[in-house]
Design a protein around this ligand. Structure first.
Ligand code: AMP
Length: 214
């Protein structure tokens, strides 16, 4: 199954991705995670991406397309994949389609998770992530048992550099301007499922399972 998770920052794509990967046994490909890993390791790619990410801007298309398509060529993507945070522009979507059709593949379903703007801001600004295992928390809605410490592995929790209020507002406007047009793009392709992301985690996941089938 070849899947795309579409939706604004803070819609819960990362959280749902964990559940999708577990149930459908596909690798999770998050371009944001790939960039963050490179930033942590201090690579050239990380340095380039960081300039854009910290301002809430998109990393240039050609760079992202190169990263995503080379990842899709890896062995574990042969039987399917879950793209999270890619594509984010119509140009990226077109290039992805070209790449897939050259490799005899197509997207089976685009899961479009929608959440209201004010709710997104509140979710993102309060979000905290574990430095060691990547588990996600929220200061109000999903606090860890001990402040600042991961329940899963005891690691230290941090706020992503792009989850500050100013950057969040910018990321949401970038989403509306650059990424929302993808809803129409995939509507035309006829393979998009709309999921209400305002509901609780399990209800959202039930919506995904009903779109994809058991
Ligand atoms: P995410 O973790 O998906 O929210 O991505 C974090 C940041 O990485 C974004 O705000 C962008 O700066 C950058 N990024 C991730 N994926 C893409 C993409 N497909 N196109 C452009 N920039 C991206």
């Amino acid at each position: 199954m070849n899947l795309i998770l579409l939706g604004p920052p803070g819609a819960g794509k990362g959280t749902q991705a964990v559940k999708i990967v577990e149930k459908y046994a596909v690798p999770h490909i998050s371009t944001g995670d790939i960039f963050r890993k490179n930033i942590k390791e201090g690579t050239e790619l990380g340095k380039k991406a960081q300039e854009y990410m910290n301002k809430g801007q998109l990393v240039p298309d050609d760079l992202v397309i190169e990263i995503a398509t080379s990842r899709l060529l890896e062995e574990d993507c042969k039987a399917g994949f879950l793209l999270d945070g890619f594509p984010r522009t119509v140009y990226q979507a077109e290039k992805l389609d070209e790449f897939l059709s050259a490799n005899g593949k197509k997207i089976d379903c685009v899961l479009d998770i929608a959440v209201d703007k004010d709710e997104l801001k509140e979710r993102l600004i309060g979000r905290r992530v574990c430095k060691s295992c990547g588990a996600g928390y929220h200061v109000k809605n999903m606090p860890p048992a001990k402040e600042g410490i991961c329940d899963v592995c005891g690691g230290e929790l941090y706020q992503r550099a792009d989850d500050t209020e100013e950057t969040v507002v910018n990321r949401i406007s970038v989403y509306e301007a650059e990424t929302m047009p993808l809803v129409d793009y995939y509507e035309k392709a006829g393979n998009i499922a709309h999921i209400d992301g305002a509901k609780d985690l399990d209800t959202v996941f039930a919506g995904i399972v009903s779109a994809l089938g058991e």
